[in-house]
Design a protein. Structure first.
Length: 363
Protein backbone atom coordinates (compact mmCIF):
# COMPACT_ATOMS: atom_id res chain seq x y z
CA UNK A 1 0.00 0.00 0.00
CA UNK A 2 1.31 3.41 -0.90
CA UNK A 3 2.23 5.72 1.94
CA UNK A 4 -0.25 8.41 0.80
CA UNK A 5 -3.12 5.91 1.05
CA UNK A 6 -2.08 4.98 4.55
CA UNK A 7 -2.09 8.65 5.63
CA UNK A 8 -5.59 9.11 4.11
CA UNK A 9 -7.01 6.15 6.04
CA UNK A 10 -5.49 7.43 9.28
CA UNK A 11 -6.92 10.91 8.69
CA UNK A 12 -10.45 9.52 8.15
CA UNK A 13 -10.22 7.45 11.30
CA UNK A 14 -9.23 10.48 13.38
CA UNK A 15 -12.04 12.56 11.84
CA UNK A 16 -14.63 9.92 12.69
CA UNK A 17 -13.49 9.87 16.31
CA UNK A 18 -13.82 13.67 16.57
CA UNK A 19 -17.02 14.23 14.50
CA UNK A 20 -19.34 11.27 15.09
CA UNK A 21 -19.89 11.89 18.84
CA UNK A 22 -20.91 15.47 17.99
CA UNK A 23 -23.36 14.32 15.31
CA UNK A 24 -24.80 11.63 17.60
CA UNK A 25 -25.13 14.17 20.39
CA UNK A 26 -26.90 16.63 18.08
CA UNK A 27 -29.54 14.17 16.88
CA UNK A 28 -30.09 12.49 20.22
CA UNK A 29 -30.67 15.90 21.81
CA UNK A 30 -33.07 17.02 19.08
CA UNK A 31 -35.28 13.96 19.59
CA UNK A 32 -35.65 14.09 23.36
CA UNK A 33 -39.39 14.16 24.04
CA UNK A 34 -40.69 17.16 25.99
CA UNK A 35 -42.64 16.87 29.17
CA UNK A 36 -46.17 18.28 29.25
CA UNK A 37 -46.68 22.04 29.13
CA UNK A 38 -48.19 24.67 26.86
CA UNK A 39 -44.80 26.26 26.13
CA UNK A 40 -43.60 22.99 24.66
CA UNK A 41 -46.77 22.54 22.55
CA UNK A 42 -46.28 25.98 21.05
CA UNK A 43 -42.88 25.03 19.62
CA UNK A 44 -44.81 23.16 16.94
CA UNK A 45 -48.18 24.95 17.16
CA UNK A 46 -47.56 28.72 17.41
CA UNK A 47 -50.51 29.39 15.05
CA UNK A 48 -52.93 27.97 17.62
CA UNK A 49 -51.71 30.48 20.20
CA UNK A 50 -52.43 33.30 17.73
CA UNK A 51 -55.95 31.98 17.18
CA UNK A 52 -56.65 31.81 20.91
CA UNK A 53 -55.31 35.34 21.38
CA UNK A 54 -57.92 36.64 18.92
CA UNK A 55 -60.75 34.56 20.39
CA UNK A 56 -63.25 35.86 22.95
CA UNK A 57 -63.50 32.37 24.49
CA UNK A 58 -60.74 30.02 25.70
CA UNK A 59 -58.34 32.96 25.40
CA UNK A 60 -56.14 32.10 28.38
CA UNK A 61 -56.54 28.34 28.18
CA UNK A 62 -53.57 26.04 28.32
CA UNK A 63 -53.36 23.24 25.77
CA UNK A 64 -53.98 20.73 28.56
CA UNK A 65 -57.32 22.38 29.42
CA UNK A 66 -58.75 20.68 26.35
CA UNK A 67 -56.24 18.14 25.09
CA UNK A 68 -55.32 16.13 28.20
CA UNK A 69 -51.69 15.31 27.51
CA UNK A 70 -50.33 12.02 28.75
CA UNK A 71 -48.19 12.80 31.80
CA UNK A 72 -47.19 9.24 32.68
CA UNK A 73 -43.76 9.63 31.06
CA UNK A 74 -41.67 12.44 29.65
CA UNK A 75 -40.83 10.12 26.76
CA UNK A 76 -44.38 10.23 25.36
CA UNK A 77 -46.20 12.91 23.43
CA UNK A 78 -49.90 12.15 23.48
CA UNK A 79 -52.48 14.93 23.02
CA UNK A 80 -56.09 13.73 22.88
CA UNK A 81 -58.45 15.09 20.24
CA UNK A 82 -61.16 16.26 22.57
CA UNK A 83 -64.90 16.70 22.07
CA UNK A 84 -66.56 20.03 22.81
CA UNK A 85 -69.06 18.14 24.97
CA UNK A 86 -66.23 16.76 27.12
CA UNK A 87 -66.49 20.11 28.91
CA UNK A 88 -69.90 21.47 27.87
CA UNK A 89 -72.06 18.48 28.83
CA UNK A 90 -73.19 17.24 32.22
CA UNK A 91 -71.38 16.77 34.53
CA UNK A 92 -69.66 20.10 34.00
CA UNK A 93 -65.95 20.58 34.69
CA UNK A 94 -63.98 22.98 36.81
CA UNK A 95 -61.26 24.62 34.67
CA UNK A 96 -58.27 26.73 35.71
CA UNK A 97 -56.72 28.84 32.95
CA UNK A 98 -53.19 30.21 32.58
CA UNK A 99 -54.09 33.27 34.67
CA UNK A 100 -55.19 31.01 37.54
CA UNK A 101 -58.84 31.94 36.99
CA UNK A 102 -61.05 29.02 38.01
CA UNK A 103 -64.57 28.63 36.69
CA UNK A 104 -67.18 26.06 35.74
CA UNK A 105 -67.64 25.33 32.04
CA UNK A 106 -70.97 26.55 30.59
CA UNK A 107 -73.54 23.96 29.57
CA UNK A 108 -74.41 23.40 25.91
CA UNK A 109 -78.16 23.34 26.39
CA UNK A 110 -79.91 20.28 24.95
CA UNK A 111 -76.82 18.70 23.38
CA UNK A 112 -75.05 18.53 26.73
CA UNK A 113 -78.13 17.09 28.42
CA UNK A 114 -80.15 13.93 27.97
CA UNK A 115 -83.58 15.57 27.87
CA UNK A 116 -86.68 15.80 25.69
CA UNK A 117 -86.38 18.93 23.56
CA UNK A 118 -87.68 20.82 20.53
CA UNK A 119 -84.31 21.66 18.92
CA UNK A 120 -84.42 21.82 15.11
CA UNK A 121 -80.70 21.06 14.70
CA UNK A 122 -80.90 17.57 16.20
CA UNK A 123 -80.47 15.88 12.78
CA UNK A 124 -77.40 18.05 12.08
CA UNK A 125 -75.75 17.05 15.34
CA UNK A 126 -76.66 13.39 14.83
CA UNK A 127 -75.05 13.53 11.39
CA UNK A 128 -71.88 15.02 12.85
CA UNK A 129 -71.64 12.06 15.21
CA UNK A 130 -71.16 9.71 12.24
CA UNK A 131 -68.72 11.95 10.37
CA UNK A 132 -65.07 10.88 10.82
CA UNK A 133 -63.59 14.36 10.27
CA UNK A 134 -63.68 15.34 13.96
CA UNK A 135 -64.44 13.84 17.33
CA UNK A 136 -68.08 13.34 18.30
CA UNK A 137 -70.40 16.24 17.48
CA UNK A 138 -67.54 18.71 16.91
CA UNK A 139 -68.33 19.34 13.22
CA UNK A 140 -71.72 20.74 14.24
CA UNK A 141 -70.31 22.77 17.14
CA UNK A 142 -67.55 24.51 15.18
CA UNK A 143 -69.84 25.20 12.21
CA UNK A 144 -71.73 27.74 14.32
CA UNK A 145 -69.35 28.62 17.14
CA UNK A 146 -65.98 29.14 15.47
CA UNK A 147 -64.42 30.79 12.44
CA UNK A 148 -63.71 27.36 10.94
CA UNK A 149 -64.45 27.18 7.21
CA UNK A 150 -67.69 25.27 6.69
CA UNK A 151 -68.73 23.30 3.63
CA UNK A 152 -72.01 21.38 3.77
CA UNK A 153 -74.99 20.53 1.62
CA UNK A 154 -78.61 20.91 2.74
CA UNK A 155 -81.18 18.67 1.06
CA UNK A 156 -84.97 18.47 1.05
CA UNK A 157 -87.66 17.00 -1.25
CA UNK A 158 -87.81 18.94 -4.51
CA UNK A 159 -91.60 19.10 -4.23
CA UNK A 160 -94.51 17.94 -2.07
CA UNK A 161 -97.78 16.78 -3.60
CA UNK A 162 -101.09 15.92 -1.90
CA UNK A 163 -104.88 16.00 -2.05
CA UNK A 164 -107.24 17.70 0.38
CA UNK A 165 -110.43 15.62 0.62
CA UNK A 166 -113.68 17.09 1.94
CA UNK A 167 -115.76 14.31 3.45
CA UNK A 168 -119.01 15.67 4.92
CA UNK A 169 -117.26 18.81 6.15
CA UNK A 170 -114.11 17.09 7.49
CA UNK A 171 -110.94 17.87 5.56
CA UNK A 172 -108.13 15.34 5.38
CA UNK A 173 -104.79 15.20 3.59
CA UNK A 174 -104.44 12.15 1.35
CA UNK A 175 -102.16 10.75 -1.37
CA UNK A 176 -99.08 12.47 0.02
CA UNK A 177 -96.03 12.25 -2.26
CA UNK A 178 -92.55 13.59 -1.51
CA UNK A 179 -90.31 14.39 -4.46
CA UNK A 180 -86.74 13.17 -4.80
CA UNK A 181 -84.29 14.60 -2.28
CA UNK A 182 -82.36 17.45 -3.84
CA UNK A 183 -79.44 19.60 -2.70
CA UNK A 184 -81.04 23.01 -2.30
CA UNK A 185 -78.23 24.88 -0.60
CA UNK A 186 -74.47 24.39 -0.85
CA UNK A 187 -73.13 26.15 2.23
CA UNK A 188 -69.63 27.48 1.72
CA UNK A 189 -68.37 29.92 4.33
CA UNK A 190 -64.75 29.82 3.17
CA UNK A 191 -64.99 33.32 1.71
CA UNK A 192 -66.40 34.85 4.90
CA UNK A 193 -64.34 33.30 7.67
CA UNK A 194 -60.63 33.03 8.40
CA UNK A 195 -60.63 29.26 8.87
CA UNK A 196 -59.34 29.37 12.44
CA UNK A 197 -60.76 26.49 14.41
CA UNK A 198 -59.63 27.90 17.78
CA UNK A 199 -61.10 31.36 17.10
CA UNK A 200 -64.32 30.95 19.09
CA UNK A 201 -66.28 34.19 19.03
CA UNK A 202 -69.84 33.19 18.39
CA UNK A 203 -72.32 33.14 21.26
CA UNK A 204 -75.90 32.13 20.57
CA UNK A 205 -77.04 35.70 19.92
CA UNK A 206 -74.28 36.14 17.33
CA UNK A 207 -75.13 33.14 15.16
CA UNK A 208 -76.31 34.20 11.72
CA UNK A 209 -79.15 31.94 10.55
CA UNK A 210 -78.74 33.03 6.93
CA UNK A 211 -75.07 32.02 6.76
CA UNK A 212 -76.29 28.42 6.48
CA UNK A 213 -79.85 28.90 5.22
CA UNK A 214 -79.42 31.05 2.13
CA UNK A 215 -82.18 29.05 0.40
CA UNK A 216 -84.67 30.17 3.06
CA UNK A 217 -83.57 33.78 2.64
CA UNK A 218 -84.20 33.58 -1.12
CA UNK A 219 -87.65 32.10 -0.56
CA UNK A 220 -88.61 34.62 2.14
CA UNK A 221 -87.57 37.62 0.06
CA UNK A 222 -89.55 36.23 -2.89
CA UNK A 223 -92.69 36.09 -0.72
CA UNK A 224 -92.57 32.41 0.26
CA UNK A 225 -91.61 30.22 3.21
CA UNK A 226 -93.58 31.78 6.08
CA UNK A 227 -94.86 34.91 4.30
CA UNK A 228 -98.64 34.57 4.28
CA UNK A 229 -100.01 36.33 1.20
CA UNK A 230 -103.74 35.74 1.69
CA UNK A 231 -104.01 37.71 4.93
CA UNK A 232 -100.77 39.67 4.39
CA UNK A 233 -99.26 38.34 7.61
CA UNK A 234 -95.76 37.27 8.68
CA UNK A 235 -94.03 39.65 6.30
CA UNK A 236 -90.27 39.87 6.80
CA UNK A 237 -90.37 43.59 5.97
CA UNK A 238 -91.77 44.33 9.45
CA UNK A 239 -88.54 43.17 11.11
CA UNK A 240 -85.19 44.97 11.43
CA UNK A 241 -83.26 42.05 9.92
CA UNK A 242 -83.80 38.50 8.70
CA UNK A 243 -82.31 36.91 11.82
CA UNK A 244 -84.97 38.65 13.92
CA UNK A 245 -87.59 37.40 11.49
CA UNK A 246 -86.30 33.82 11.81
CA UNK A 247 -86.32 33.98 15.61
CA UNK A 248 -89.90 35.26 15.73
CA UNK A 249 -90.99 31.69 14.90
CA UNK A 250 -87.99 29.53 15.76
CA UNK A 251 -87.11 31.16 19.09
CA UNK A 252 -90.45 32.77 20.03
CA UNK A 253 -91.34 34.63 23.21
CA UNK A 254 -94.64 33.18 24.41
CA UNK A 255 -97.00 33.22 27.39
CA UNK A 256 -100.51 32.15 28.32
CA UNK A 257 -103.43 34.37 29.36
CA UNK A 258 -102.27 34.52 33.01
CA UNK A 259 -98.69 35.44 32.14
CA UNK A 260 -96.93 32.07 32.41
CA UNK A 261 -93.91 32.14 30.08
CA UNK A 262 -93.02 30.22 28.06
CA UNK A 263 -96.45 28.96 27.10
CA UNK A 264 -96.98 25.73 29.09
CA UNK A 265 -97.36 23.31 26.19
CA UNK A 266 -95.25 21.52 23.58
CA UNK A 267 -93.12 22.78 21.82
CA UNK A 268 -92.91 26.13 23.63
CA UNK A 269 -92.08 24.75 27.06
CA UNK A 270 -89.40 22.34 25.78
CA UNK A 271 -85.74 23.41 25.87
CA UNK A 272 -83.85 24.33 22.71
CA UNK A 273 -80.22 25.05 21.93
CA UNK A 274 -80.77 27.71 19.28
CA UNK A 275 -83.84 26.99 17.13
CA UNK A 276 -87.24 25.41 17.71
CA UNK A 277 -88.87 22.88 15.40
CA UNK A 278 -92.26 24.48 14.86
CA UNK A 279 -95.19 24.41 12.45
CA UNK A 280 -98.04 26.81 11.77
CA UNK A 281 -100.52 24.78 13.82
CA UNK A 282 -98.35 25.01 16.94
CA UNK A 283 -99.43 28.66 17.17
CA UNK A 284 -102.64 28.77 15.15
CA UNK A 285 -104.13 25.59 16.59
CA UNK A 286 -104.42 26.86 20.14
CA UNK A 287 -107.72 27.83 21.73
CA UNK A 288 -106.99 31.53 22.11
CA UNK A 289 -104.95 31.64 25.31
CA UNK A 290 -101.56 31.67 23.57
CA UNK A 291 -99.82 35.04 23.27
CA UNK A 292 -96.76 35.46 21.04
CA UNK A 293 -94.39 38.41 20.82
CA UNK A 294 -94.68 39.55 17.20
CA UNK A 295 -92.09 42.25 16.55
CA UNK A 296 -92.42 43.80 20.00
CA UNK A 297 -96.12 43.27 20.67
CA UNK A 298 -98.03 40.36 22.24
CA UNK A 299 -100.66 38.94 19.89
CA UNK A 300 -103.00 35.96 19.84
CA UNK A 301 -102.55 33.87 16.65
CA UNK A 302 -105.96 33.64 14.94
CA UNK A 303 -107.58 30.32 14.11
CA UNK A 304 -111.10 28.98 13.52
CA UNK A 305 -111.01 25.19 13.30
CA UNK A 306 -114.56 24.86 11.98
CA UNK A 307 -113.83 27.06 8.94
CA UNK A 308 -111.18 24.60 7.69
CA UNK A 309 -112.82 21.26 8.36
CA UNK A 310 -110.65 20.47 11.40
CA UNK A 311 -107.77 19.84 9.00
CA UNK A 312 -105.29 20.32 11.85
CA UNK A 313 -106.02 16.75 12.96
CA UNK A 314 -104.84 15.43 9.61
CA UNK A 315 -101.85 17.79 9.48
CA UNK A 316 -100.62 16.65 12.90
CA UNK A 317 -100.28 13.06 11.64
CA UNK A 318 -97.82 14.03 8.90
CA UNK A 319 -94.00 14.37 9.23
CA UNK A 320 -93.11 17.46 11.25
CA UNK A 321 -90.76 18.96 8.65
CA UNK A 322 -93.53 19.31 6.03
CA UNK A 323 -96.55 20.35 8.11
CA UNK A 324 -96.07 24.05 7.47
CA UNK A 325 -96.20 23.53 3.70
CA UNK A 326 -99.85 22.41 3.86
CA UNK A 327 -100.84 25.69 5.51
CA UNK A 328 -98.73 27.95 3.29
CA UNK A 329 -100.01 26.29 0.11
CA UNK A 330 -103.55 27.29 1.01
CA UNK A 331 -102.74 30.72 2.43
CA UNK A 332 -100.69 31.73 -0.61
CA UNK A 333 -103.31 30.63 -3.14
CA UNK A 334 -106.35 32.44 -1.72
CA UNK A 335 -107.39 29.85 0.89
CA UNK A 336 -109.47 27.71 -1.54
CA UNK A 337 -112.25 25.48 -0.17
CA UNK A 338 -112.37 21.86 -1.39
CA UNK A 339 -115.94 21.14 -2.52
CA UNK A 340 -114.93 17.51 -2.98
CA UNK A 341 -111.13 17.61 -3.31
CA UNK A 342 -108.21 19.83 -4.26
CA UNK A 343 -104.84 18.71 -5.59
CA UNK A 344 -101.74 20.67 -4.49
CA UNK A 345 -98.16 20.55 -5.69
CA UNK A 346 -95.66 22.79 -3.95
CA UNK A 347 -92.01 23.22 -4.94
CA UNK A 348 -89.88 23.72 -1.85
CA UNK A 349 -87.29 26.40 -1.06
CA UNK A 350 -85.58 28.23 -2.62
CA UNK A 351 -88.40 28.03 -5.19
CA UNK A 352 -91.78 29.55 -4.42
CA UNK A 353 -94.17 27.81 -6.81
CA UNK A 354 -97.58 26.33 -5.94
CA UNK A 355 -99.98 24.50 -8.26
CA UNK A 356 -103.66 23.85 -7.47
CA UNK A 357 -105.47 21.29 -9.62
CA UNK A 358 -102.61 21.45 -12.15
CA UNK A 359 -102.65 25.24 -12.56
CA UNK A 360 -99.93 27.50 -11.14
CA UNK A 361 -101.59 29.69 -8.54
CA UNK A 362 -98.52 31.25 -6.90
CA UNK A 363 -96.70 33.38 -7.72
Amino acid sequence: MEQRHLFLIMALAVASILVLPTVYSLFSGEHTMYDIGTSNCLKCHPDIKQELDSSSHHTYFSCENCHYLNSSSNQTHDAKSSQCLDCHALPLRIVTDLNNNTFMTPLARVFGENITNAESHNPFVSGAMTNPLMEGENEACVSCHSAFNTNMNISRPEFIEWDVINSSGTWTISNLVLGQMKIVNEVNNTTNLDGKLHNINLGMTDVNCISCHEDIKIAVMAGGHSNEQWGKNHSYTAYPDLNSYCRSCHEPITQDNIGISPYPANPFNLPIHSSMTISCMDCHGKSGNLFVDINGGLKTPPYNSNSMGNIENSISSKPAFIRGYFCMACKNTGNPVPNDSLHFKLYTEPQVIIYVNGTQQYP
